[in-house]
Design a protein around this ligand. Structure first.
Ligand code: ATP
Ligand code: MG
Length: 138
């Protein structure tokens, strides 16, 4: 799994109609789609997915944002997938994101930042298993 990463296109980007543009940029950047779905996180899903942030002051806001509408989950493959995808999405705060990055293009704020990317190979595996069964991965 070292060459895979887990992407979520967050509810803000779904609401703003950016799914097609984001998928186009992701595949143009050389990522292959191994699994893909439109889904909606429950409160428990979001609390589990972002458990590492459970003590942070923004946790409640993060959970309510991530559950308020559909998201796209995708398993992506590329050499150095985790780090190359973090480069493609840009800094957590879109105000600090580099030109051309997905967050610079599509995010509206630190809290509503359009796209998630795994932060390590280990978490990519955990997050892939969170969203997809084996038969959903190609
Ligand atoms: P993600 O895990 O969604 O890819 P990230 O790895 O860039 O984002 P994290 O530090 O893991 O950033 O934070 C997870 C999410 O929590 C951020 O994407 C953002 O939506 C929210 N968040 C982080 N810091 C803040 C903050 N200071 N205020 C509001 N929301 C925040
Ligand atoms: Mg993170």
């Amino acid at each position: 799994m070292a060459n895979t990463t887990l992407m979520m296109i967050k509810p803000d980007a779904f609401e703003n109609g950016h799914i097609g543009n984001i998928l186009e940029k992701v595949t143009s950047a050389g990522f292959k789609i191994k699994a893909l779905k439109l889904t909606q996180l429950t409160k428990r899903d979001a609390e589990t997915f972002y458990e590492v942030h459970s003590e942070r002051p923004f946790f409640g806001e993060l959970v309510s944002f991530m559950t308020r509408g559909p998201i796209v989950a995708a398993l992506l493959e590329k050499e150095n997938a985790v780090s190359d995808f973090r480069t493609l999405i840009g800094a957590t705060n879109p105000a600090e994101a580099a030109e051309g990055t997905l967050r610079k293009l599509y995010a509206t704020s630190m809290g509503e930042n359009a796209v998630h990317g795994s932060d390590s190979d280990e978490n990519a595996s955990i997050e892939a298993a969170f969203h997809f069964s084996k038969r959903e991965c190609f």
